[in-house]
Design a protein around this ligand. Structure first.
Ligand code: GRG
Length: 321
């Protein structure tokens, strides 16, 4: 099992592994966004701007690492072959993620000016273009999956992705989060801490967690993973997603705009319910580390091939961006 005694070494290992994924994925994202002359040039510019912006590529990373972790175990596939098989799914999840960020930043939602260290899509272009850009990225995600995978895997993959992106998950979590922020949910502000934590977990399980779990499942599906492997990946995803979100809340409370690439301190400014605001910063950090350990335990049965996933789980709560 991965230990965190050598934290600087762990950070360096994760950063260099993420860099390898970025090189692999960015070249393919760039190619996937080539459009015919029928697409409006301004729209395509906005799509390229949003999709190729310098994000961490965490979701495609999970797709690729899930695929390689499931491939070595007697499946007779090399890591390179696993990544190639999983590439359409990796592109698709990043497209959904990029669309969700563009829409989340809109004035009607979170109203942000900065994303990934650059002006948000609607600030760089205009609001209507940003809305259409998100719409087109969402459609392109399903095109990438359906076109790049064998038919039966593609059908299953589209189902997994549609559920994770839909009204019961990403969009539903976002809708409930907005409802609470705008005071449409009564009693939440005065509810006991345990109820507030349960509410936070329910939001984040859908708004951010579902896409992480889908990324891992899609990675497994791409290489025809066994049921037990898919179950381990799902268990990892459930706790990884929550650890990621706790870290996101901590970064909003004490990160810097330069490192995070977006405005920080917004949650406090808006009196938003977050893990630090409900249980405090130290308890949030402890909970995040406990979840990271749980995530590592969830994939322990996959052997050393899951070491990258395990390191990522430890890093996710330590990150500064
Ligand atoms: C608009 C349907 C719709 C959904 C929006 C993703 C989302 C739901 C909102 C984004 C707002 C936000 C800051 C959520 C917290 C978690 C999150 C998704 C952070 C950004 O993800 P990272 O850190 O970003 O993986 P990069 O830029 O590295 O890809």
């Amino acid at each position: 099992m991965i230990e965190v005694s050598d934290a600087p070494g762990l950070d360096a290992a994760v950063m260099s592994s993420l860099e390898r994924v970025r090189t692999f994925i960015d070249a393919r994202l760039d190619a996937a966004i080539e459009m015919s002359a029928d697409a409006s040039p301004r729209l395509v510019d906005a799509m390229r701007y949003a999709l190729l912006a310098p994000g961490k590529r965490l979701r495609p990373t999970l797709v690729l690492w899930a695929a390689s972790a499931c491939s070595s175990d007697g499946a007779g596939r090399s890591c390179e072959e696993a990544w190639e098989a999983a590439a359409p799914a990796a592109l698709a999840v990043e497209m959904i993620h990029a669309y969700s960020l563009v829409h989340d930043d809109l004035p009607a939602m979170d109203d942000d000016d900065l994303r990934r260290g650059r002006p948000t899509c609607h600030r760089q272009f205009d609001e209507a273009t940003a809305i259409l850009c998100g719409d087109a990225l969402q459609a392109l995600a399903f095109e990438a999956l359906a076109q790049g995978m064998p038919a039966a895997t593609a059908a299953r993959g589209c189902l997994v992705l549609a559920r994770a992106a839909g009204g019961e998950a990403l969009v539903g979590g976002q809708a409930d989060d907005l409802a609470a922020e705008r005071g449409w949910v009564s009693d939440l502000a005065t509810a006991p801490a345990a109820e507030q934590v349960a509410w936070l977990e329910r939001i984040h399980r859908r708004k951010t967690g579902a896409l992480f779990i889908a990324a891992l499942e899609l990675g497994g599906l791409s290489v025809a993973a066994r049921h037990d492997q898919l179950a381990m990946l799902a268990a990892f995803g459930r706790v990884f997603g929550l650890a990621f979100q706790i870290a996101d809340d901590i970064l909003d409370a004490e990160g810097t705009e330069a490192a995070v690439g977006k405005r920080v301190g917004k949650d406090v400014e808006r009196g938003k319910l977050t893990f630090p605001s409900v249980i405090g910063l130290e308890a949030s950090r402890e909970r995040g580390h406990a979840l990271a350990r749980e995530a590592v335990g969830a994939v322990a049965g996959m052997g050393p091939e899951a070491d990258d996933l395990a390191r990522l789980a430890h890093w996710i709560i330590r990150r500064n961006h």
